[in-house]
Design a protein around this ligand. Structure first.
Ligand code: ADP
Ligand code: MG
Ligand code: MG
Length: 882
């Protein structure tokens, strides 16, 4: 088998297309080599070997050895040094990298190839002992941690202790002799912890590191990350072995990370950080505060230290050229790692950069406008589910607030919640329904689950590319990072700043857009939609076929829906209009009436109120279709349930408590969800349907006159099982339409359809379709009734079902296949009986991208969802069509 793929010096065995076996890092290193970019030579061991390694019970196949030896030889030929050569030793990094990006979750070892002998070779070759020993101590620490399993902390302690003793602030303060002393201490530490000395045999080191990187695929945090992101365990990681380049060789050396565009705003500018005389993770570790790449960014952050642009102008120009080339080639914003060794630029990694939603929109629209990608590709590049981030509230700028501290605006959005200091506790509290804000000095990959559970994250250390900032942006969590003036005491669990001390459980608000940390809760307000958002949405609208409507019962919801681009209302639940405090007494009067006359009297009082509601809705929707559902819930829902309440209400109504109690008892049902409701109620009390129909038609006339254009109401009958039910209700509606038409001297245009929410209705769609002008699948009830599962009680065991792998998705969130099949049957039979039957979906699923894809594929006419999900639906509908 071919297990080893070389890259470097303008050539490569692999390419970007081979992510599946080389991992993202390896495939892109190969691709960068092919592009002629400066990549230190190396090779990737394919993820097939990872699978073989686990299959053999964590053992590497024998055949791998000669392949690796040969590849290492080739790297040596390219660099001119040899692995293990005491005079001129080749040093390598051993890096993980799987096909899905899992930043920082697996292990990497740098500076491998050093022992007591070769370190002198390095010192002599570069004429720099300090650098050689610095590299060696880094190696012992990393190897000790990653391969030998010695707690990294113990090494750090040694170093901190030594620095304190000497009164040093920075690692760069140590001299060559002092690093030698540290090396001695580190080696003692290893021997003490392990009972044997630090390995001096370089091949043992190499194979130990390779096995450790494969092993890190199954470390706890990698497993947790895969769960969170749905990455299959079977993929495995590749191992990349690459010649070291040194950013820690003095003042003309540096290491850094960069995004080709700003990952927060999407602005086209080089964005990132670097450190002079540093290596590897120094930039993101928060040990030293990194410097800006561009002069502009330096000015904005008031940093007195030179930016890369100022310190190394030629290298900076070269870096910019590389970025342009990478973007043009990968046709996306890139997140890169680079190192400068003694004035020479080296590329160590590139991948598509994670970004906030506002940035994603701007980048997609800009790149399409620049002609790098097509409009379709721009539309396809946005994850509809993540649009959510944009549509959520931000801090109201006029609200009073007590700002206690400030940090970097690392990930936008605002969140309030209870303060916690521990990632596991965040997970725990979240599970109990709390909203929490996670406060840490800095975060590490171990904290990822806690960050996910938190509504927002604040750290006191680290820059815009710190772990906390990058991960929070990826998750869409607001984040304030590097709030240096805030003190966090992890033992006492307090956060102090500006003379205020907050304890665990206190409410705190973060504004990830301004970097403010605020005491207590702050009111928020709706976001303004960016130009890029509007542009992308208009492109999506050009592509999509499905009509997007909203579920809205109030003027407020309808206005929101219209602003988000809804093309009509797909579901107006009229019962919500009766719960109003002025109306519910009249509703009760109607329910308590002894006979039809009494009910008519009460209904006559409801008529003008209901008419007013509809006039407002019709006017607001300005001629766009509005689907109004006739009364659906059982009457019992409008009555009080407990004794105290019954007494109170009887008194207010001026009737005896006994009489009210009798009526309440009479209407009580064992299973109201499957009881006397919907069409069944309208069959029993047609006067309710008549009143609602009259309100709708009169409102349509009034609004039509005001608008100067006809209003087209769509009247929907809920919970129909039998064609006859629909026929009966429809007859009443038609009669009222004729009456109102006569009274007003005009012919009314309207349609009557049914909500499809019972399995039998789907099966009988061939008959029901004959009497319906439209079907609207009510997938909430259809899911309940198909599963025979109450959505209000299912929470008790659905969690267990999903843990045990019995169900893959919550059927109330993602449309179940059985329910889909019933819908397909209903659609097919309905359309066969009634060509041109209009078919849509309402219910929570209407805003779910996977469901929308199904609706597109089945040729439905529209989806209707909650107002906030309308933009998501518009985008998902376009993507379903691509
Ligand atoms: P991760 O996947 O966690 O980002 P990497 O494999 O990218 O881990 O390695 C971590 C860091 O080590 C990189 O940011 C890079 O700066 C440094 N590094 C890796 N390989 C080399 C190398 N050959 N020469 C110099 N630095 C390297
Ligand atoms: Mg990396
Ligand atoms: Mg229903």
């Amino acid at each position: 088998p071919k297990w080893v793929y070389a890259f470097g010096a303008g050539r490569a065995d692999g390419s970007a297309a081979m992510k599946n076996i080389l991992g993202g890092k390896g495939a892109h290193l190969a691709e960068m080599s092919r592009l002629g970019l400066p990549v230190p030579p190396g090779f990737s061991i394919s993820s097939d070997v990872c699978r073989a390694y686990y299959k053999a019970g964590r053992a590497l196949p024998e055949e791998l050895k000669p392949m690796v030896d040969e590849a290492l030889e080739l790297v040596g030929q390219t660099t001119g040094s040899r692995f293990g050569d005491p005079k001129d030793p080749l040093l390598v990094s051993v890096r993980s990298g799987s096909r899905a990006s899992m930043p920082g979750m697996m292990d990497t070892v740098l500076n491998l190839g050093l022992n007591d002998e070769t370190v002198e070779g390095i010192a002599a070759r570069f004429g720099d002992r300090r650098f050689a020993y610095d590299s060696y101590r880094r190696f012992i620490q990393m190897y000790g941690d990653v391969v030998l399993g010695i707690d990294n902390h113990l090494f750090e302690e040694q170093l901190e202790h030594f620095k304190n003793m000497k009164g040093y602030d920075l690692d760069t303060d140590l001299t060559a002799e002092e690093w030698l002393e540290i090396i001695r201490r580190y080696k003692d530490l290893v021997e003490k912890e392990l009972g044997e000395p630090f390995p001096q045999n370089l091949h043992d080191q190499l194979w130990g590191a390779i096995a450790a990187v494969f092993g890190s695929w199954q470390n706890a945090r990698a497993i947790a990350y895969r769960r969170l992101h749905d990455i299959p365990d079977a993929w495995g990681t590749a191992v990349n072995i690459q010649a070291m380049v040194f950013g820690n060789r003095g003042d003309k050396s540096a290491t850094g990370v960069a995004f080709t565009r700003n990952p927060s705003t999407g602005e086209k500018e080089l964005y990132g950080e670097f450190l002079i005389n540093a290596q590897g993770e120094d930039v993101v570790s928060g040990m030293r505060t990194p410097q800006s790449l561009t002069a502009e960014a330096r000015r904005q952050s008031n940093d007195r230290r030179d930016s890369l642009e100022e310190a190394m102008p030629e290298t900076f120009a070269e870096l910019c050229a590389v970025c342009d080339k990478l973007e043009a080639h990968f046709r996306d914003m890139q997140d890169i790692e680079f190192t400068v060794e003694d004035g020479t630029l080296w590329m160590l990694q590139t991948r598509n950069g994670k970004r906030t939603m506002p940035a994603a929109l701007k980048i997609a629209v800009d790149m399409a406008s620049e002609g790098v990608i097509s409009r379709e590709e721009a539309v396809a590049s946005i994850n509809p589910a993540q649009l959510d981030q944009l549509l959520h509230p931000t801090i109201d700028p006029d609200a009073p607030k007590e700002v206690i501290g400030r940090g970097l605006a690392a990930s936008p959005g605002a969140a309030s919640g209870e303060l916690v200091f521990d990632a596991d506790e965040a997970v725990h509290l979240r599970a109990q329904g709390h909203t929490v804000i996670l406060a840490r000095v800095e975060t590490s990959p171990e904290d990822v689950q806690g960050m996910h559970a938190a509504a927002g994250i604040v750290t006191t250390r680290g820059g815009m590319t710190s772990h906390a900032a990058v991960v929070a942006r990826g998750m869409g969590r607001p984040c304030v990072s590097g709030a240096a003036r805030i003190q966090i005491d992890l033992d006492k669990e307090t956060l102090s700043a500006g003379g205020v001390t907050l304890r665990k459980g206190d409410i705190v608000t973060l504004d990830g857009s301004s970097g403010e940390v605020i005491k207590g809760r702050v009111s928020t307000r709706q976001p303004e939609m960016s130009e890029a958002f509007a542009t992308l949405m208009s492109w999506a609208d050009d592509i999509r076929r499905l009509e997007i409507r909203a579920n809205a019962d109030s003027e407020f919801d309808a206005a929101q829906a219209r602003d988000f681009g809804a093309e009509g209302i797909g579901l107006c639940r009229t019962e919500h209009m009766f719960f109003d405090e002025n109306r519910i007494p009249v509703m009760r009067e109607m329910i308590l009436a002894e006979d039809i006359e009494g009910r008519r009297e009460a209904l006559a009082k409801l008529l003008p109120m209901q008419r007013e509601d509809f006039v407002a809705l019709f006017e607001l929707m300005a001629g766009k279709p509005v689907t109004i559902r006739l009364l659906d819930p059982p009457l019992h829902e409008f009555l009080p349930h407990d004794e105290a309440h019954i007494g109170e209400i009887a008194k207010a109504m001026g009737i005896s408590k006994a009489r009210l109690s009798r009526r309440v008892a009479a209407l009580r049902e064992f299973n109201p969800m499957l009881g006397h409701r919907g069409a069944r109620l309208l069959v029993s009390y047609p006067e309710i349907a008549e009143m609602q129909a009259r309100a709708i038609f009169e409102a349509a006339c009034e609004a039509g006159e005001k608008l100067g254009a006809p209003v087209l109401p769509e009247i929907m009958v809920p919970l129909v099982t039998l064609k006859a039910e629909l026929d009966i209700v429809r007859a009443h509606v038609d009669r009222v339409a004729a009456e109102v038409g006569e009274e007003r001297g005009m012919k009314l245009d309207y349609t009557v359809g049914t909500m499809m929410e019972l399995p039998r209705a789907c099966l009988a769609a061939g008959e029901i379709g004959l009497s319906a002008d439209f079907f609207s699948f009510g997938t909430n009830d259809l899911t309940q009734t198909t599963f025979g599962l109450s959505r209000d009680d299912a929470g008790r065991f659905l969690g267990e079902y999903s843990d045990k792998g019995i169900i893959r998705h919550d059927p109330f969130m993602t449309l179940d296949e059985g329910v889909q099949e019933l819908m397909a049957i209903g659609l097919e039979r309905g359309r066969a009986a009634h060509p041109g039957l209009k078919v849509g979906i309402c219910g929570e699923h209407g805003g779910d991208p996977a469901t929308i894809r199904f609706c597109e594929e089945f040729g439905m006419d529209y989806v209707s969802c909650s107002p906030y999900r309308v933009p998501i639906a518009r985008l998902a509908a376009a993507q379903a069509k691509l």
